[in-house]
Design a protein around this ligand. Structure first.
Ligand SMILES: Cc1cc2nc3c(=O)[nH]c(=O)nc-3n(C[C@H](O)[C@H](O)[C@H](O)COP(=O)(O)O)c2cc1C
Length: 213
C-alpha cells in the first residue's frame, strides 16, 4: 500500500510530531511503501506533489497552532487544492498534538482538516487529537499502550488499523494517562520556565496579558 506521511511541525529540531510519526510507523508494519515528508523543513518538488497524490492513504501529523493548522502546512493544503491532484480514492488521516492538557483542544483543527479534505475531493478517514504534546518526548521510553502512553497507544493502534484497511473511524481525543495537576507543575518546572529563560523572559512575563488598544 502506498502511504505518505506529512510531518507539519515547523520545528527544525526534534518535535513531538516526529515522535508521533515514528509511533505511527511502528504500527504500520514493513510491507507498505511509506514515504515521509517534513513540511516545516523541506520544500516539495513538483514530482513530490504528484507522488503524494498517488498515495492510497495520507497521514498528516502536526501540532496545533492557535487552535488551528500551522501556516506552512496550511499553505501546502491550499497548493494541493489548487493543483487538483487529489481524488476520492485517497484516504486522509490526521494525528494532531497540542500543548494544553486536553486532546479536545484539537477539535477545531480536525474540523478544518475535514473541510479541506472535502474541498480537495478526497475521502476522510480518521483523526486523533492528543493533549499535553510536550510531555510525550519525556515518556518516550514507556511502550505504547502502557502507563502514561496507554490512551495514546490505543488511539494510534486504532488509526493504523483503519488506515491499513482504508476504513473510516470516529475522532479520538486523548490526554496522557497522567494527572493534569501533576503535569501542570512538572511542565512549568521542566519545560515552560526553562523555555522562557532561553528566550530572555522572566517567569512573571509568562503570565502577562497583552493589552489591546
Ligand atoms: C505559535 C504556537 C501556537 C500554539 N497554539 C496552541 C494552541 O492554540 N493550543 C494548544 O493547546 N497548544 C498550542 N501550542 C503548543 C503546541 O501545539 C505544542 O507545543 C505541540 O506539542 C508542539 O508540537 P511539535 O513538537 O510537533 O511541533 C502552540 C505553539 C506555538 C509555537
Amino acid at each position: 500500500m502506498k502511504i505518505s506521511i506529512l510531518n507539519g511541525s515547523p520545528k527544525q529540531k526534534k518535535s513531538t510530531s516526529e515522535l508521533l510519526v515514528n509511533y505511527a510507523l511502528s504500527q504500520l508494519g514493513n510491507n507498505n511503501d511509506v514515504k515521509i515528508y517534513n513540511i516545516g523543513k523541506d520544500i516539495l518538488s513538483e514530482n513530490q506533489y504528484k507522488v503524494i497524490a498517488e498515495s492510497e492513504a495520507i497521514l498528516f501529523v502536526f501540532p496545533l497552532y492557535i487552535d488551528s493548522i500551522p501556516s506552512d502546512l496550511l499553505r501546502l493544503l491550499i497548493r494541493f487544492e489548487e493543483k487538483k491532484l487529489f481524488h476520492k480514492n485517497i484516504m486522509i488521516y490526521c494525528i494532531i498534538n497540542n500543548g494544553f492538557y486536553e486532546g479536545q483542544q484539537n477539535s477545531i483543527a480536525i474540523e478544518q482538516m475535514k473541510n479541506w479534505c472535502m474541498s480537495a475531493g478526497s475521502t476522510w478517514g480518521q483523526a486523533i487529537g492528543i493533549g499535553a504534546g510536550e510531555m510525550l518526548p519525556f515518556i518516550a521510553d514507556v511502550p505504547l499502550g502502557y502507563g502514561p502512553n496507554k490512551n495514546l497507544g490505543n488511539a494510534i493502534n486504532q488509526l493504523a488499523f483503519n488506515l491499513l484497511n482504508r476504513k473510516k473511524g470516529a475522532d479520538i481525543l486523548v490526554s496522557p494517562n497522567w494527572p493534569r495537576i501533576l503535569w501542570k507543575i512538572q511542565s512549568s518546572l521542566i519545560f515552560w520556565y526553562p523555555r522562557a529563560k532561553q528566550n530572555n523572559l522572566k517567569i512573571r512575563d509568562i503570565a502577562k496579558k497583552s493589552k489591546i488598544k
